[in-house]
Ligand binder design. Sequence first.
Ligand SMILES: Cc1cc2nc3c(=O)[nH]c(=O)nc-3n(C[C@H](O)[C@H](O)[C@H](O)COP(=O)(O)OP(=O)(O)OC[C@H]3O[C@@H](n4cnc5c(N)ncnc54)[C@H](O)[C@@H]3O)c2cc1C
Ligand code: SF4
Length: 560
Amino acid sequence: MRNDYDVVIVGSGAGGSMAAHRLVTKHRARVLILEAGPAWYASEDAAMLTWNYQSPRRGAATPTKPFGEFDGCIGGWEIEGEPYTRAEGTRFSWWRARMLGGRTSHWGRISLRFGPDDFRRKTLDGLGDDWPIAYDDVAPYYDEVDRLIGIFGSREGLPNEPDGQFLPPPEPRCYEHAIKDACDRLDITCIPSRLSILTRHHNGRGACHYCGQCGRGCTTMSNFSAPDVLIRPALRTGRLTVRQEAMAREVTVDDAGRANGVVFIDKTTGREERVEAPIVILAASAFESVRILLNSKSARYPDGLANGSGVLGRYITDTTGAGVSGFVPKMADMPRHNCDGVGGGHIYMPWWLDNASLDFPRGYHIEVGGGFHMPGYGFMGGIQRYPDAGGWGASLKQDYRKYFGSYVYLSGRGEMVPNDDTFCELDPEVVDRWGIPVMKFHWKWSDHERNQARHMQQTFRAIVDEMGGEVWADMPSYEDDYGLADGGVIIHELGGARMGTDPDSSAVNGWCQSHEAPNLFIADGAPFVSQADKNPTWTIMALAMRTADAVARYRQNGSL
Ligand SMILES: Cc1cc2nc3c(=O)[nH]c(=O)nc-3n(C[C@H](O)[C@H](O)[C@H](O)COP(=O)(O)OP(=O)(O)OC[C@H]3O[C@@H](n4cnc5c(N)ncnc54)[C@H](O)[C@@H]3O)c2cc1C
Ligand code: SF4
């Protein structure tokens, strides 16, 4: 294929699309994206306004659509012909998108900045490691991402929850007011959520019309999905080329040990091809980029590229997650009212306590659910558990009407501390359908996470109680990890090629540039040093933009 690109990027998700957009629009570079999946634009392909009853499945999940048949993601926990393995005793699941834009067409759009403390946790509590960069290094990029994409929120001035360049947030819904009232009484900080959804027209895209179907992809482009918001504008410059269905296998190196191209499989023909480029950026998602690097073995780098320190696959994390739902009797028989809004909560609770006085070192935030929404397959399963409900016929329908909207859901999303027993590596025995060695995962929670999950359970139960509600599920035990979701299940996987100043303990430097091959960069979650109690994607994109600027600077001054 053509070999006159300045940069080749592997993957077009949150990180890859942002790096490509920046490189072609601001720095006028000629960029090729190798993307393992097909093209998919929410503006054309999403099922945003499809009624569940239009399908015989009523929108139920399928093996290839685990989040429902209208979900805007091609991929899932298991992909045919692309296995991964788990060490004995490991409970871990890996969500992988295989489509233009990666997971950005169905993600939750919760777009939080990391705070100043999140870059220096080791200094603060002695655990994990500090980042080689600080909040102030990333802040201007967060600002630019905010302005480019659009995000709503409120300026609160909280110490470790930096404010952004916000559009106005939507009003809380009725049940959200009830949750907030309870939180106020319990001294739990509860503020408007921060989502990359437009509440005003912005940069040529229309404001949200509050249909609540963000997970299906938005045909009016009112939320952030990479194909419509970043890739299409970048393609219009004529300097971006996207090669779809191109599954990257390895980065090749020259005699000096510098990256000089990428080998990939054309999935439509099964043929192996190679593209050359003076600069390579990996953005295939954190663990997939690690896989590509581990598979990039050469005489010079027998253990994989960027792995001289042996750090590849180490210090991996996922967000911790535990949840509680509660029935609130005073919200039963609620008069029908407008519960419309964005496809996500209008409020959230950032971490509000000081870990120094708790028996776990890192915090969590709380996301909420409830209210009226479009009923689909499995709607109000377990109706027989509500007071005097169940049975059949007209009275059953009446029960659904009575109890719809009378339950709330609280989900904790917290920070995991990296540990030595949690890592990934190449499985020496298993390959995928193209003969590429696959990843094997080892995962263990420590008491840091278990104690945090216990605190989530206790807090959520206290909130439901304060609302006058009841929780039907028993409090999970220590043996059940207090209800912690398995590793990977919250789909915020990070690390595996962490950044640092010391090449003996990190894969890349503070610009996400490989210590070993200076023309190799990573623009996804792999360079993260720690997880933070925030969802990671806004930081992935801010760092990808910053990395693109570094690439341009180095090209300009000839240091690459
Ligand atoms: C349902 C859901 C809800 C989420 N909600 C939130 C949220 O509210 N807030 C938040 O911050 N995060 C959220 N996330 C996480 C978020 O989606 C990820 O953090 C983000 O997409 C990661 O960006 P990425 O570029 O690293 O990977 P991805 O977006 O997954 O993109 C990777 C891309 O690389 C391609 N690729 C993979 N392997 C190869 C290969 N070998 N060769 C070529 N191409 C390849 C893939 O096809 C894909 O296009 C959510 C995720 C899911 C699934
Ligand atoms: S809720 Fe708003 S952003 Fe989400 S799909 Fe509907 S219109 Fe689009």
